[in-house]
Design a protein. Structure first.
Lengths: 321, 289, 549
């Protein structure tokens, strides 16, 4: 049983004479760990790898429930070529990547900053209050949030245009300006998500040994120095891991939100793969096509994750594996 | 406490900034809450920011609470959250500890195989068929077992466990402790902050889970609050009206907002109780030992 | 009128058959042997009640409806279905997916081996269409069963060539008992252009009949302050549920002899946006937009914003339905602004003198219908079919359109009137919710929708006038309900997804002034380069097949 689970010997490991004996020794030495991993491995086998044959649908014409997947019509890469050859392919890829990139550049640091600022607050009640309220927007559904954005953007009396008016600017239809889409999307994401995401960094902050702070104070360090030399390094592993994981989600644009926010004048910046495919009506119920797209996205995401992980390992030995 | 002027100025700015953030983040809840107690006809004719309610009525809440399914809904959600999160934490901890042991044979490969599952999956139908073949459709298990480990959270937890000083583990081993003891007596207590976060994240995921119940549950007695709320919500919109959607009646916006409050308020209030885990010094005690 | 003839014909036929075929023996007897199959069956001429003496239960899956759930949980609780169970002796167990989730749930359902006996669904939404459902062996072919056991539906099919064309797939297979609108014109013409009658009265204007008159009226709305508040805040033309582009303006395209998608020119299928008429359309719309006659937020209005604009006396004209666009606002404004009055505007006349509608008013067979699945018990098939056919008999039709006589409705000459149980429901239900607890007509179901139910619900003169006006348009530009094969669908969708994205972007840019009208030529070029000809070919082939049915 145990033998099945240890998939392969690690490369580079010395194999003394008697491969099995060293394996057996290892199993005995760490037997409890292997025991712990039994349910875990069973779980992944059954629930993650089990249904994976469904990926084969990406290479099929359509899905016939009675005959099952193996009997489906094979069309090779047709689903993919249909996707690659569409007129808008490059624009869609570009928008997806740019949107994700900007989300990372602006959206990723925001919760970290929030956590750091909160960390500097002395009064516990104030800190607690801000923390609790800051994650409230996370619970409001995206439909309501976009509804609010629409109200704020309205030409006649909407908040954003009132502000423009204050600066003597003409009112504009924010949702129809292609240059406004990305800022609105990213800023509203930060508004909705920063508080919630900051929780994990707060947890990381509380894992820093207070003795380090004590010691630094004795050495005369002010808060700024403390931040640079204790706090930041202290949460750096968490930051790095979160960043790596974020890189592995680059192709997953927030489909529902974009769909609600986009308008034809903004397609140039707002149309991403998932929204384009959705509007074409192909996606709904056409599992073979949507599986193909999902596969494509998955490949890119995975590749980016591996690259990010490798870079991180070279730079500072923090990595996923 | 001696503070430089710079530091004091910073404190003032920080407080102001956080105050602004707090107001910005509180606004959506205020908007939703006020909309739920406002008079629908008045809301129709106004374009306000909803800083205060327009008119006042509790009719929306009354009509929502009249639906007795709410009570079973809350009970079910409570079940899924408590039992589900417990299993999540158990399984994820086992996985995270097991794979944080750097001397484990096959560790790297196992890690890669697990991470792989974050990116590739069979899709809705094969997963559904699997659940069906396991006989879990329309049972509570369907909402607890298939999602037992979130690979994303697992990776975070594992990284955290790797931060536990190896000296502690070694000395425990010298004292003759086996890995289970180490996990439950040493590693977990030291990881209280991350455990608290994981518990919160998993709990909220369960609370908000609506796709799972939608796919796998059929009996109304098993429905969690999210599904019931959505049902009520859609009843008051044209989405559910098939070919006869041309209706001569204004749909009460306030019902929509009342359902949001009812379905999110409870879970939002859990956090303050978790806060006490985010306190510095969790590690000290152990090292001193 | 048409419907009167129809019901007279139907009732006289029914009476004739009742008198002629009344031999007291209603079970299928032994008659002429069919070609080499089981003992032949004499086709039924009417549905016997009860249908069978061995009770059984039909497993029935269909989407629920918010109108019904206001007072009931399950379609089985509806008065009409309860009565039907009493009369036919067959029980039904309805299973509903959660509201609004029928599409996903259907896809899941269809992928499992065991299906319920009957599925009622909008088969246009089924991936691969009903053709695939039959091919994959999920639902069964009904032609022979209808022939022997469904006299009422059979009669309708044989007496109406349009129904015959529209109900069958290209190979002639009939796969469901559909939602029928035999009185198509009246029942389909329930939406169109709507305008503030009180503003017209105030400015001494008449309802516009062509594009030029529309321009005059809209301009007057903009400049002459009909809402009387001294501010030029009127939005002469606006729209609801903004698609994010200006394609809502395609409602006016018909006035230029084109529609915003595939259209028919005699027997030839064309793509409207690349025709010269479309250029004129764009030019006029761009002019209207520039002069502020179109609400720029027509692209983004949601229900809330739109309601606000209508009830705050900002909106002058818009496209909508008799209920959601007229009745709703009558109800809302009755107390606060008694002058409020909207009317239906006829479809504008095009250069060739005809006024065209942008959607097909003559569709008699909708894609909603109940089908029998391959899991249904073979012995029970004939009973199930009879049970389904009952809805199309006169008795069944009255039951499912109006409810219970003297309970939910009373006769009123040739028509019907709904009782206070419906119109002024004691439990506070709105009339459509009340009616939904009795009958299917207000929602959708496998019935022939009787237009008399509509008449009984159009309370305001404005609504009745609107319905009458909208019926006058010609559907000659629109395509009939053609069917594309699975490969054709794939070809067409992959082409049209790009074409439509491009079209929406470009027409919006031209109308809003971001691109000049000269861009039109480039637009047609680009669309052609996206292989629109192939898509047109595909549709033409489907059309030819439809005509030859």
């Amino acid at each position: 049983m145990e033998l099945n689970r240890s998939r392969g010997i690690e490369p580079g490991r010395l194999k003394p004479a008697g491969k099995w004996s060293s394996v057996k020794k290892e199993l005995v030495r760490n037997r409890y760990v292997y025991l712990m991993l039994v349910p875990v491995v069973a779980y992944y086998l059954i629930f993650s790898y089990g249904p994976m044959y469904g990926l084969l649908m990406a290479f099929q014409e359509s899905y016939n429930p009675i005959k099952g997947i193996l009997a489906g019509e094979w069309v090779g890469f047709d689903n993919f070529t249909m996707f690659f050859e569409s007129y808008y392919f490059w624009r869609l890829i570009k928008n997806t990547l740019i949107l994700s990139f900007y989300s990372i550049v602006f959206g990723f640091p925001a919760p970290i900053l929030l956590a750091l600022l909160l960390n500097e607050v002395r009064k516990k009640w104030f800190r607690g209050a801000v923390q609790t309220i800051s994650y409230m927007p996370h619970f409001i559904s995206v439909v309501v949030v976009v509804g609010m954005l629409k109200t704020f953007s309205s030409l006649d009396g909407g908040l954003f245009n009132v502000i423009r008016d204050f600066f003597d600017l003409q009112p504009i239809m924010f949702l129809a300006e292609k240059d406004m889409f990305r800022p609105m999307y990213i800023l509203s994401n930060i508004w909705q998500g920063a508080g919630w995401a900051s929780i994990i960094f707060l947890a990381a902050l509380s894992g820093i040994d207070p003795q380090l702070y004590e010691a630094s104070k004795i050495d005369g360090a002010g808060r700024w120095k403390q931040l640079l030399h204790i706090t930041l390094p202290g949460i750096m592993p968490t930051i790095v891991i979160m960043l790596i994981l974020r890189m592995g989600a680059v192709m997953n644009a927030d489909f529902q939100k974009i769909l609600l926010m986009q308008t034809a004048p903004t397609y140039e910046t707002s149309d991403v793969i998932s929204t384009f495919v959705y509007r074409s009506g192909i996606l709904e119920g056409n599992y073979t096509y949507s599986t193909a797209i999902g596969l494509f996205n998955g490949v890119i995401n995975f590749a980016l994750l591996i690259i990010a992980n490798a870079i991180s390992r070279k730079l500072n030995s923090t990595s996923l594996w | 406490m001696k503070q430089s002027i710079g530091e004091r100025v910073f404190d003032v700015f920080n407080t102001l900034l956080l105050l602004v953030i707090m107001i910005l983040c509180f606004y959506p809840m205020l908007y939703v809450f006020n909309s739920s107690i406002s008079d629908p006809d008045q809301m129709l004719r106004s374009r306000s920011l909803m800083l205060i309610p327009e008119g006042f009525q509790l009719g929306a809440y009354k009509s929502v609470f009249q639906d007795t399914r709410i009570y079973t809904g809350y009970m079910n959600t409570l079940f899924y959250v408590v039992v589900g999160t417990a299993i999540n934490l158990l399984m994820t901890s086992l996985a995270a500890y097991g794979l944080s042991r750097s001397d484990l044979m096959g560790r790297k490969t196992l890690m890669k195989l697990i991470t792989f599952t974050m990116f590739f999956g069979g899709g809705m139908i094969p997963t559904f068929l699997l659940i069906q073949n396991l006989g879990m459709v329309d049972t509570r298990f369907a909402l607890i077992i298939p999602g037992a480990i979130s690979t994303f959270y697992f990776l975070i937890m594992k990284t955290n466990f790797e931060g536990v000083p190896i000296s502690l583990i070694e000395s425990a081993k010298l004292d003759g402790a086996n890995d289970f003891l180490i996990l439950f007596r040493i590693v977990l207590p030291l990881s209280k902050p991350i455990l608290a976060v994981m518990m919160l994240y998993y709990a909220v995921d369960h609370w908000n889970d609506y796709v799972g119940p939608m796919l796998y549950l059929r009996s109304q007695e098993l429905y969690p609050i999210q599904i019931i709320m959505r049902d009520i919500l859609i009843s008051s919109s044209t989405e559910a009206m098939g070919a006869g959607a041309d209706t001569g009646f204004a749909i009460g916006e306030n019902i929509k907002y009342a359902t949001i409050i009812i379905s999110t308020l409870p879970i939002m209030l859990v956090y303050p109780f978790i806060q006490r885990y985010f306190v510095q010094g969790a590690l000290i005690g152990a090292v001193k030992q | 009128m048409k419907k009167r003839m129809g019901s007279i014909l139907l009732s006289s036929l029914l009476t004739m058959f009742l008198l002629a075929g009344c031999t007291g023996d209603n079970e299928p007897g032994n008659a002429e042997p069919a070609e080499g199959t089981e003992p032949a069956v004499q086709a039924l001429t009417e549905i016997p009640l009860p249908i069978t003496s061995e009770p059984f239960t039909i497993d029935y899956w269909r989407a629920n409806d918010a109108k019904l759930t206001a007072s009931l949980n399950n379609f089985g609780d509806m008065a009409a279905y309860k009565e039907k169970e009493k009369l036919t002796g067959i029980q039904v167990k309805f299973t509903h997916p959660p509201l609004g989730q029928q599409r996903d749930q259907f896809n899941l359902l269809i992928s499992t081996k065991e299906l319920p006996d009957v599925i009622y669904y909008n088969w246009a939404d089924a991936v691969g269409g009903p053709e695939k459902m039959i091919k994959d062996g999920r639902i069964i072919r009904l032609n022979e069963l209808i022939d022997s056991y469904a006299p009422n539906l059979k009669r309708i099919i044989e007496s109406d060539p349009d129904v015959k064309k529209q109900i069958a797939l290209d190979d002639g297979t009939i796969y469901m008992f559909p939602l029928l609108k035999l009185d198509a014109l009246k029942l389909n013409a329930t939406s169109g252009l709507i305008m503030r009658q009180d503003w017209l009265d105030q400015l001494n204007l008449k309802v516009p009949t062509n594009i030029d008159e529309w321009y005059t009226v809209l301009k007057a709305f903009k400049e002459q302050d009909p809402n009387g508040n001294g501010k030029p805040d009127e939005l002469p033309f606006t729209g609801n549920w903004g698609p994010g582009n200006l394609t809502k303006l395609h409602d006016f395209a018909a006035a230029f002899g084109v529609i915003g998608g595939f259209q028919l020119n005699g027997d030839k299928v064309e793509f409207g946006p690349i025709q010269p008429g479309y250029r004129d359309f764009l030019e006029t719309m761009a002019k209207w937009y520039k002069e502020g006659l179109i609400d720029p937020e027509i692209m983004t209005n949601d229900g809330k914003a739109f309601d606000y604009k209508v009830t705050s006396n900002l909106a002058g004209a818009y496209q909508g339905g008799v209920f959601s666009g007229m009745g709703k606002y009558f109800n809302l404004m009755r107390d606060t602004d008694p002058n409020f009055n909207v009317t239906g505007v006829p479809w504008p006349v095009s250069p060739d003198g005809t006024s065209y509608a942008t959607f097909n008013l003559e569709n008699k067979v909708l894609s909603y219908g109940e089908a029998i699945t391959a899991s249904a018990d073979e012995d029970k098939l004939k009973y199930i079919v009879q049970w389904m056919d009952y809805n199309y008999s006169e008795e069944g039709s009255n039951l499912f359109n109006f409810g219970i006589e003297n309970d939910s409705y009373v006769r009123d000459g040739e028509g019907v009137k709904f009782t206070d149980t419906i119109i002024d429901n004691p439990n506070g239900l709105t009339y459509d919710q009340a009616l939904a607890s009795y009958a299917l007509s207000i929602m959708d179901g496998p019935i022939n929708q009787d237009s008399r139910y509509l008449d009984a619900l159009l309370f305001d003169d404005g609504q009745r006038a609107a319905n009458a006006e909208w019926m006058k348009a010609s559907s000659a530009l629109t395509l009939p309900p053609i069917r594309l094969s699975t490969e054709e669908v794939t070809t067409s969708t992959s082409i049209m997804s790009q074409v439509n994205t491009y079209l929406n972007e470009t027409m919006t840019a031209i109308i809003s002034g971001q691109k000049p009208i000269t861009e039109f030529d480039k637009m047609t070029e680009t669309i052609k380069s996206m292989d629109i000809e192939r898509a047109i070919e595909v549709h033409q082939a489907a059309y030819d097949r439809y005509q030859s049915k």
